[in-house]
Design a protein around this ligand. Structure first.
Ligand SMILES: [Zn+2]
Length: 439
């Protein structure tokens, strides 16, 4: 495959990352790409007149998405080729009554969403985005997305002169140390965050009828956009690579697939907080879609689950040159050396020898290198939507991901080759003819 194709892929990935600043915006961006590619939007509460060769997608909570193709040559009970990822990333979210005025500065109280690496949030030019629910003039509740886009907030570090021990003993108290500053207030002005949101809604949505803002799910994000880094551009630096990189990679594979096999992409919200929600991987969304594909027929459903495979794509930890002893020395994935099969005997990853074996065959056919990760035996292992989806559906699952540095930082680093390589293997998986497993 040409360097030009890889560069175009990475450029589109960076554009997607810039748009997808929250799970809501990620789903909005994916929906518009699917719509442009001829996928038809379904509503969960409607009848679905699915036909062979049809391409469909649906969303739940505006923050999770399922896209699928009813294969023109092979139906769902002959085995779905499935890829899963998650739309959410650790971040700081605005509290329900967030206004604080201290020393004349208007700050917002924040909750920590997921396992945030807090230190990198200091000294960044932050913006704010998410979903706002409001009452219209008739008193009905409506929701709309907002994205301030410009840098509207900052969490300054404390100067080293005021904490000489900082490089030896830095710790961050999330209640007191990380309140972003929005502005300075003259005199005794009382800030009203909901009024600010109402103004923002009107600025972003022409003719919107906002009587008052009721509630919201808003998070801060770094305004520095994704960009190539390294002497030869070997790396991509961005926020939310975990796991929007995998959402985009799976989506591109699905869009590039030939549509002859039945295939699916699921991108769930709430993975970083355990997946138990209406839209999360522990919720009923995926099972409901799969059942409806076979018209609720139990025998056909058993055929589907037995013959299908899920590739759960979520980033892996590359071995860090400054901290190499954090990896088992035989299982230290390197950036730009290929996607990483993630294995854990205790089922924190869902990979088994069959799913890993099939992936290795697909990767070899695509001439993409394969790496393997298992956590050090004396360390605890992370997890993904892989085991949750496998447990919920009974479908054989593989955990894979591109190696990255700084997972859960506000700026993570990936190789510029690996996402493109993974996307090609996923496309080959979507196009795979015949039974995925024998016996
Ligand atoms: Zn993740």
């Amino acid at each position: 495959m040409s360097q030009a194709s890889c560069d175009a892929f990475n450029q589109a990935l960076c554009e997607f990352l810039a748009r997808a600043v929250t799970p809501f915006h990620a789903v909005q961006a994916m929906s518009s790409l699917l719509q442009a590619a001829g996928f038809e939007r379904l509503q969960e509460a409607h009848n679905w007149p699915l036909v062979a060769g049809g391409k469909y997608y649906l969303t739940r909570n505006d923050s999770s998405l399922v896209a699928f193709v009813m294969g023109s040559d092979a139906g769902p009970e002959q085995g779905m080729r499935m890829v899963g990822a998650h739309t959410d990333s650790p971040c700081l979210m605005v509290k329900p009554q967030p206004e604080k005025v201290r020393q004349g500065y208007y700050q917002l109280g924040v909750e920590v969403y997921g396992g945030v690496l807090l230190n990198p949030w200091f000294d960044r030019d932050l913006s704010l985005a998410g979903r706002v629910s409001y009452a219209d003039a008739a008193g009905a509740m409506q929701s709309a997305l907002v994205n301030f886009q410009r840098a509207v907030a900052f969490i300054p570090s404390l100067a080293i002169h005021l904490d000489r021990e900082v490089n030896q003993h830095r710790s961050v108290n999330p209640q007191t140390d990380i309140l972003p500053i929005l502005t300075q207030l003259p005199g005794d002005d009382k800030p009203d965050f909901r009024a600010l949101l109402a103004e923002q809604l009107r600025a972003e949505h022409d003719g919107i009828d906002v009587a008052r803002v009721l509630d919201y799910e808003l998070s801060f994000y770094d305004t520095q956009v994704a960009a190539p880094v390294g002497l030869a551009g070997e790396f991509i630096a961005s926020a939310r690579l975990d796991n929007l990189l995998s959402c985009f990679t799976g989506l591109q594979a699905l869009l590039a697939a030939d549509g002859r096999q039945s295939s699916l992409l699921v991108c769930n919200d709430h993975e970083e907080v355990g997946s138990l929600s209406t839209a999360g991987a522990q919720g009923p969304l995926l099972r409901s879609v799969l059942r409806r594909m076979v018209g609720g027929d139990e025998t056909r459903y058993a055929g589907l689950t037995d013959g299908s495979m899920m590739i759960s794509a979520d980033n892996a930890h590359g071995i860090h040159p400054n901290f190499a002893d954090k990896h088992d020395d035989n299982h230290g994935p390197k950036l730009n050396a290929g996607p990483v099969i993630k294995i854990n005997a205790n089922q924190r990853y869902a990979t088994n020898s069959e799913t890993a074996g099939l992936y290795r065959l697909l990767a070899a056919a695509e001439e993409v290198p394969v790496q393997a990760f298992v956590v050090r035996t004396d360390m605890a292992c992370g997890s993904t939507i892989g085991p949750i989806t496998a447990g919920g559906t009974g479908i054989r699952t593989l955990d894979i991901g591109v190696p990255t540095f700084g997972m859960h930082s506000i700026r993570e680093l990936a190789g510029s080759r690996d996402a493109w390589d993974l996307s090609r293997v996923l496309r080959r998986f979507y196009n795979h003819v015949g039974p995925l497993f024998t016996g």
